[in-house]
Every structure is written in structure tokens, then in C-alpha cells.
Design a protein around this ligand. Structure first.
Ligand code: GDD
Ligand code: MN
Length: 367
């Protein structure tokens, strides 16, 4: 449990834990960055009273994500739960999470956003920020796509999920770090109601929202699978520039329009191929380069045929403005090019995303 100036909350939490987990063996690790002397004092008192309480005071480092990672390092159990110390995460869900892991799930995530769950504990502006963050995360990273509450600060994992994985969260959202880098195959979501804070205040800030964006960016860049589609789009844009520049030069050299157009398109196809081969699919190269190039050209030619077809159909009889029609055509062929190249041109078996997320969408009885 990460704590920062939580006053009396940890004590109440310990009472709740003992009430809900009377027969379990557990340790509670507080990784505390408090600046407030009373909060620190109360935590130390807890450690005196309860032998299962451990307190790690940090003075040099601060931050929720790194506090959780520190807790992982110190922990000794086979199962690790992360939760806030301010009672906004109801302790009653813990037994359900433990049953889920015992039933074979690797990760259990209490979710505010499946039937039966609610996020009543957030103010309206925070709900909006949270909504945007969640959707950005799910759009940006494939591994978050089917998780309804990826920005949750409440979850439980088997140790094997994070064992040997280097976790380097940028800000708060340690769960997206684990979902992006961890080794797991089954996740269970359990609905819960996020409670309002009774004591103290939230430490969420604008700085943390910025950190979240940096965090997403870093996770995309660190994964060949996640960054592929962005690199592809970038390479495509560079191809447009190459095409236009060369076209301009050739026209100035008095070349015929048709020849200049075809030549610059072909050269752009070549630079696109080289860049995609060296960047976008650098981990998926197999066999001889000229065979990949041939496949790339064939794919692109079909792509051009498609975009031209879409353009003609849409712009026929001026039903749609021809510029929009052309954009629609380009979009269709880009999707085509990406997928065919991904599964045909660069098809070397690579470590694909190995998860089957099978969220049980309601609180299904596991036993
Ligand atoms: N060690 C440490 N260092 N702990 C921190 C720090 C820090 O810099 N900042 C916050 N914490 C602790 C708080 O003491 C609390 O126990 C927990 O992290 C969550 O902080 P809050 O400030 O209460 O966050 P929140 O309620 O606005 O949002 C939380 O719940 C959401 C729903 O699960 C966070 O966990 C969000 O990430 C989460 O989406
Ligand atoms: Mn809170």
C-alpha cells in the first residue's frame, strides 16, 4: 500500500483487513513518502502493535508508481495485492480476488465499469479525466483494450506475473505498466463500488495527468507490437513527403506529368519499404529482402487499386466531394496495407501478445 499523509486511514484499513481476512496469512507493507510527522508516527505505532505490518519510509524518492514497485521488491508472498490506504478501495473484494487467483486467473482487477460496479467516489471533473485517461489507454495499447478499468489502483497478481519483469512506471498508473509488460494469460474483472474518501485528500494533480501521457508513450515505444502501427503511419507520412518533393523536382526538369507522377510514386514506395523493413517490422524480417520487397509492391498495388475503386465509387456523379472521396480511399488502402504486410510480407513468428483476457463480466461465483 502506497501512503502519503494518510493520517488515521492505515489504522482503519488494518482493522478492516483483519475483519475480512480472519483466516489468511498475510503481511501488509506500507511504502510511505509522507511529509507529515503525525502520519509517519501513526504508521510506526501500527508496526509496533501488529507483527504483520511492515513500513518502508522513503525520503529520497516520491511517487505512487515507484512506491508500489518498492513494495513488490519487499514482498514475500506468492500473491500480491495493491490497494490504496484511504479506504476508497473496499476491503471486502479481497477474498473474491483471492478466490479468482486460486481458480487459475493470473490477475484479478476490481472494476468500477462493469455491471455492478460504480465510481461514485470521484467528483465529476475527476470522472471526466478518468474517462479520457481510460479510453486513451485502451486505444493506445492493445494489451489494455479489453480491460474495463486499466487505470485502477486496486488489483491482485500472482508473483509470477511480475517476476523477472523490469517495471519502470512513469507516474501513478502501475497497473498499465503490469498489463503492458507482465507475463500473464488470464484476467478476471470483479465489479466494485469506489468509495468516497472520508479523511484526507486526493493527491491527483495535473502533473500526474501529464505523467500518464508520458507513461503511455513509453509503453508504446518499448513494445515492437504496440509501436508498429504508429511507425507505419509515420513511414507513410514520410512517403508522401518524398513523393511530393521528387515530383516537384521532376516537373521542374520538364518531365511529363504522367512519368513524373509514376516515378515519384515508385521511389516513395521504395523508401517506404526500406523504412518499414528497418523500423516498423524490424523484429519480423525473414528470408531474402527482395522477396519481401516483391510482396510489399504487390500489396501496395492492390492497395492503390482499392483506393482508386473507393474514390471512383464515392465520387461518381459528384455524390461526395472528390477530396473526401480520395481520403476515404487512402484510409481503406492504409488499413489493407498494414494488415497484409503484417501477416504476409513480414510474417516471421514473433512473440505476439499472449493474453486471453476473459473477463467474467459479473461477480460470477467461482466456488
Ligand atoms: N508512497 C506514496 N507516494 N503514496 C502515494 C503518493 C506518493 O507520492 N501519492 C499518493 N499516494 C497514495 C495515497 O496515500 C493513497 O493511499 C493512494 O496512493 C492513492 O492516492 P489518492 O490521492 O487517494 O488517489 P485517488 O483516490 O485520487 O485515486 C486512486 O484511485 C483510483 C481508482 O482506483 C488512485 O489509485 C488512482 O490511480 C485510481 O485510478
Ligand atoms: Mn484515494
Amino acid at each position: 500500500m502506497p501512503t502519503y499523509n494518510e493520517l488515521d486511514n492505515p489504522k482503519r484499513l488494518i482493522n478492516e483487513l483483519m475483519r475480512h481476512l480472519p483466516d489468511e496469512t498475510f503481511e501488509v507493507i506500507f511504502v510511505d513518502d509522507s511529509s507529515d510527522a503525525r502520519s509517519i508516527e501513526w504508521l510506526c505505532a501500527l508496526r509496533e502493535t501488529y507483527p504483520f505490518v511492515r513500513v518502508e519510509h522513503r525520503t529520497r524518492e516520491r511517487g505512487l508508481g515507484s512506491a508500489v514497485v518498492r513494495g513488490f521488491e519487499l514482498s514475500r508472498g506468492d500473491v500480491i495485492a495493491v490497494m490504496d490506504a484511504d479506504l476508497q478501495h473496499p476491503v471486502g473484494v479481497l477474498p473474491e480476488m483471492m478466490r479468482a487467483l486460486a481458480a487459475g486467473y493470473d490477475v484479478a482487477i476490481p472494476s468500477r465499469f462493469i455491471p455492478g460496479g460504480s465510481d461514485g467516489g470521484l467528483s465529476l471533473p475527476r470522472k471526466l479525466v478518468s474517462f479520457t485517461a481510460r479510453w486513451m489507454g485502451r486505444l493506445a495499447l492493445k494489451r489494455l483494450r479489453n480491460v474495463s478499468d486499466p487505470t485502477s489502483g486496486y488489483f491482485m497478481v500472482k508473483r509470477a506475473v511480475i517476476d523477472g519483469v523490469s517495471l519502470r512506471p512513469v507516474g501513478w498508473k502501475i497497473l498499465i505498466e503490469i498489463l503492458a509488460r507482465g507475463s500473464y494469460s488470464r484476467i478476471l474483472e470483479i465489479p466494485y463500488a469506489f468509495e468516497a474518501r472520508a479523511l484526507g485528500e486526493s493527491k491527483m494533480s495535473l502533473q500526474e495527468q501529464w505523467n500518464y501521457l508520458r507513461h503511455l508513450g513509453r509503453l508504446i515505444l518499448d513494445s515492437p507490437e504496440e509501436r508498429r502501427v504508429y511507425l507505419f503511419a509515420l513511414v507513410g507520412t514520410s512517403g508522401v513527403l518524398v513523393n511530393e518533393l521528387l515530383y516537384d523536382v521532376l516537373i521542374h526538369l520538364q518531365m511529363a506529368l504522367w512519368t513524373a507522377g509514376a516515378l515519384s510514386a515508385f521511389v516513395a514506395m521504395g523508401t517506404n519499404f526500406v523504412l518499414n523493413d528497418r523500423l516498423t517490422w524490424v523484429d519480423a524480417r525473414a528470408g531474402q529482402a527482395h522477396r519481401r520487397f516483391l510482396k510489399y509492391v504487390i500489396t501496395s498495388l492492390f492497395g492503390i487499386a482499392q483506393s482508386t475503386a473507393v474514390l471512383s465509387v464515392l465520387a461518381y456523379g459528384e455524390r461526395v466531394n472528390s477530396l473526401y472521396a480520395n481520403i476515404a480511399g487512402i484510409a481503406v488502402s492504409m488499413v489493407w496495407n498494414f494488415y497484409i504486410n503484417n501477416f504476409w510480407t513480414w510474417k516471421k513468428k514473433r512473440r505476439v501478445v499472449d493474453i486471453v483476457i476473459s473477463p467474467v463480466r459479473t461477480g460470477t461465483k467461482l466456488h
